[in-house]
Design a protein around this ligand. Structure first.
Ligand code: PEP
Ligand code: MG
Length: 861
């Protein structure tokens, strides 16, 4: 097949073959824009190169020499001719934008002799020798693999010795000296054709640099794509004061404002702009000094944006007042800009609503909703962990929930630092700006609760060693964080930094609402929220949740005096005593449920029966046990004994879920009477409650029958007492492999089913949710797994169980309602999967609801 394409032989649709950069150079040539001519060597040639053991195909050189002849004709100069030299830039370009591969080589084709010729022809020796030394530097760095720093050191030394400050102080003779020194550092080919061949090989080989490999892994880019090589005639921004290089965006990439936005550096090569050695001037400087050039640039950017129908990021060069386009691509943008641009372009009639939805990534929506660490801010990262809950937070370090409350009460922002968190830390988590834990994964208590509250959190920061006694945390790098120190968390990156780091505030606004309304119009999946407190429920509704998909009732029993009644109930020694405390608990449960029904008026509220092992409610330390003994009038011994009896070797696989209802039906009865009683009261007050009672951790249909029986009886009691009839549904969670394997039988007895993918993942893998954080990083390092399955839904195995379950259930009961309420319910990739499985809804933490709405639409357009 054809291996070499001239710029007038391809188009923007040839990305796969010519790479993104090459395809766009061809497209711009086709549009008649002033693109310095050149050719592209295809990505399939790259694959050929690898297959042949890193050897270029024999005929390749002949092919590109023919192309090169044509470029020479077009440019009116010759490669390797000292009288009238043509020089090239050589750049990599993959089908998807991919930082980390080879940088550009500029001025390829210069040798001692040709540089002298160039100096003579241009009458600009300073320019010629500066170009030559730049070329040697780049060639040595990216082709010969010599450390670039060595060269920079030589330049600095020379400047010092000769009392020169800036590059612009250097004359032709100075650069000639430098070149002499450089050539001692590198064995540098004096044949332009050898230079070209070596550069092409280097571009291909750069596909496998560690940085590029890591980037591909992170972004799921196949290793097999390969890169193209762009060989383009050079133009010179460093030719003099009427030359220069610039980059520009067709709209403002940080605000999305429809304004041309760019920077320009006079008398400089493109790489000077990118490298940030000199500070570029705003594009207005070009308008003032070279107005005709500016006009052409402006016309070009308008044309490119219209043609590509997206905001473009362009690179251009001016040589002696002549304008050249070097690159165009769709521009990277902040979340705010992405949303603004997408909405504006629909209003301008450029794109459709569906296209607009695809232009906004979940990261964009997320960045939009939380304060974000300013990416340009300098920072010292002292430790890193899992990005458990996004956002940026600064505050003083505290090591306990009580301390958090105390310090926050004085008007300070606090970061709660714990080995891990438990429900007993809730009061501290509530007042914290951010939460940092040493242990725990993405579904640990800290992560789940923080996401629910919309508070920034980093979990599993195992390089931190926390000593509560001393009130300090020592990072593996040696830095010690003490109580009262100010730190900043970047929840999106999982990074802990010293001091206060500037942030970009969260925003909201009209454009966001418009985009979300389009998402609602174009999605099939419904989106609910996992919520149990009134604040969470309100937030969820405000953010567009269409009901509650999971209310974890256990979270309702941890507040102040409630926990004591809960504990007393658990520690009861007689049925009578237990009933006494259950009667107290029912009041709380009733109040809470009533609030939720009011807030979710007209929408379904899925309430899950008590799920955690009872031991989780009991105090851990001897002091706490003593204090409790005093408060509830039991002996310390009794409490300790009960705690020992309830403690389990594998609590996550233990006495929990519906197993609790099997042994303590009276707890279930209490919960159901509270739920239905509250629904009755809500109804009396004019609200429309839709309670859905959900049974956790089911393994077979007999459990469901037993529990449904308990539930129906308790409901009946309330109906009879109140003389009212509440519509309610009974459903099951799908959290055990066994439930998925027998889904049809379960389906026959319930009205809805909801995947609890946290437990389903735990049990499919046999990885404990609470402890997997200790080895998952090593599994990822050693590439034994591709992703943390608690973060990205494992479609291969867990997904297969889900697929089987849905198929079998629907075969038995065609329209059975199906949802997901594990943490994956808020992850875009899992949402897409659930859409294709044909689920009815996803349920996620309130702050992820907008992301889920967008992701559900993206899966459907
Ligand atoms: C689950 O297991 O996915 C689930 C939603 O329940 P929990 O996280 O409360 O165990
Ligand atoms: Mg569960």
């Amino acid at each position: 097949a054809k291996r070499v394409y001239l710029f007038d032989q391809g188009s923007k649709d040839d990305r796969d073959l010519l790479g993104g950069k090459g395809a766009n150079l061809c497209e711009m040539t086709k549009l008649g824009l002033p693109v310095p001519f050149g050719f592209v060597i295809t990505t399939s040639t790259c694959r050929e190169f690898f297959e042949a053991g890193n050897r270029l195909p024999i005929l390749l050189e002949q092919e590109y020499r023919i192309a090169l002849d044509l470029v020479e004709k077009k440019m009116g100069a010759r490669f390797g001719d000292p009288e009238n030299p043509l020089l090239f830039s050589v750049r990599s370009g993959a089908p998807v934008s991919m930082p980390g591969m080879m940088n550009t080589i500029l001025n390829l084709g210069l040798t001692d002799e040709i540089t002298a010729g160039l100096a003579k022809k241009t009458g600009n020796p300073r320019f010629a020798y500066d170009s030559y030394r730049r070329f040697i530097q780049m060639f040595a760095d990216v082709v010969l693999g010599i450390e670039g720093d060595k060269f920079e050191q030589e330049i600095s030394r020379y400047k010092q010795q000769h009392n020169k400050k800036l590059d612009t102080d250097m004359e032709a003779e100075d650069w000639q000296h430098i070149i002499k020194i450089f050539k001692e550092l590198a064995d540098f080919p004096q044949d332009p054709f050898i230079q070209l061949r070596m550069a092409i090989e280097a571009v291909f080989l750069s596909w496998h640099t560690p940085r590029a490999v890591v980037y591909r892994e992170m972004n799921n880019i196949p290793d097999t794509l390969g890169t193209a090589v762009n060989v383009q005639a050079m133009v010179f921004g460093n030719f003099g004061d009427d030359s220069g290089s610039g980059v520009a965006f067709t709209r403002n990439p940080s605000t999305g404002e429809h304004e041309f936005f760019g920077e320009f550096l006079f008398n400089a090569a493109g790489e000077d702009v990118v490298a940030g050695i000199r500070t570029p001037e705003p594009i207005e400087a070009l308008r003032e000094r070279l107005p005709e050039v500016y006009d052409e640039l402006h016309r070009t950017q308008v044309l490119l944006e219209q043609h590509y129908r997206d905001m473009q990021d362009i690179e251009f060069t001016v040589q002696e007042r002549k304008f050249y386009m070097l690159q165009t691509r769709s521009g990277k943008r902040t979340g705010r800009a992405a949303i603004k641009i997408a909405v504006a372009m629909v209003n301008e009639g450029v794109i459709s609503e569906k296209e607009a939805l695809l232009r906004v990534s979940p990261e964009h929506v997320e960045a939009f909703m939380h304060p974000m660490i300013d990416p340009t801010a300098k920072s010292d990262i002292v430790a890193s962990g899992l990005p458990a809950s996004p956002g940026g937070a600064t505050g003083v370090v505290v090591f306990s929930a009580d301390e958090a409350v105390e310090v926050a009460a004085k008007g300070n922002k606090v970061i709660l630092v714990r080995r891990e968190t438990t429900p007993e830390d809730i009061h501290g988590m509530k007042v914290a700006e951010g939460i940092l834990t040493q242990h725990g994964g993405m579904t640990s208590h800290a992560a789940v609760v923080a996401r629910g509250m919309g508070v920034c959190a980093i979990t599993g920061c195992s390089s931190l060693h926390i000593d509560y006694q001393k009130g300090e945390a020592v990072a593996a790098g040696g830095v010690t964080l003490r109580r009262g120190d100010v730190i900043t968390l970047d929840g999106a990156a999982g990074e802990v930094m010293l001091g206060e780091i500037p942030k970009i505030e969260a925003s909201s606004g009209e454009d966001f609402q418009i985009l979300l309304s389009w998402a609602d119009k174009h999605r099939r999946l419904k989106v609910r929220a996992n919520a149990e407190t009134p604040e969470e429920a309100r937030k969820a509704r405000e953010l567009g949740a269409e009901g509650i998909g999971l209310c974890r009732t256990e979270h309702m029993f941890f507040e102040a005096e409630r926990i004591d009644h809960m504990r007393a109930m658990i520690l009861s020694e007689s049925q009578e005593e237990r009933t006494h405390y259950l009667d107290k608990l029912i009041k709380y449960q009733h109040e809470d449920m009533l609030e939720l029904f009011k807030i979710m008026d007209g929408l379904p509220v899925t309430i899950r029966l008590l799920d955690p092992p009872l031991h989780e409610f009991l105090p851990n330390s001897t002091e706490e046990m003593r204090a409790l003994a005093e408060r509830i009038g039991k002996s310390f011994e009794k409490i300790r004994e009960a705690s020992e009896n309830l403690s389990e070797v594998n609590p996550m696989l233990g006495f929990r879920g519906c197993r609790l209802s099997v042994v303590y039906p009276e707890i279930t009865d209490m919960q159901v009477r509270a739920i239905i009683g509250a629904a009755a009261e809500a109804m009396e007050k004019g609200f429309s409650p839709f309670p859905e009672i959900m049974i956790p951790l089911v393994i077979n249909v007999r459990e469901i029958r037993l529990l449904a029986d308990i539930i129906d009886r308790s409901v009946y009691q309330v109906h009879r007492d109140k003389g009212i009839s509440i519509p309610y549904k009974i459903g099951t969670m799908m959290e055990t492999p066994r439930a998925c394997l027998g889904a049809d039988r379960l389906a026959s007895e319930v009205e809805f089913m909801s995947f609890g993918t946290n437990d389903l993942t735990q049990m499919t893998y046999g990885f404990s949710r609470d402890d997997a954080g200790r080895f998952i990083p090593e599994y990822l390092n050693k590439k034994l797994i591709e992703n943390d399955p608690f973060v990205s839904l494992d479609q291969r195995a867990v997904g297969r169980l889900m697929e089987m379950a849905v198929k079998e259930s629907r075969a038995r009961k065609k329209n059975i309602k199906y949802g997901i309420c594990g943490e994956h319910g808020g992850a875009p990739q899992a949402i897409r999967f659930c859409h294709h499985l044909g689920l009815d809804y996803v349920s996620c933490s309130p702050f992820r609801v907008p992301i889920a709405r967008v992701a559900a639409a993206q899966a459907n357009v």
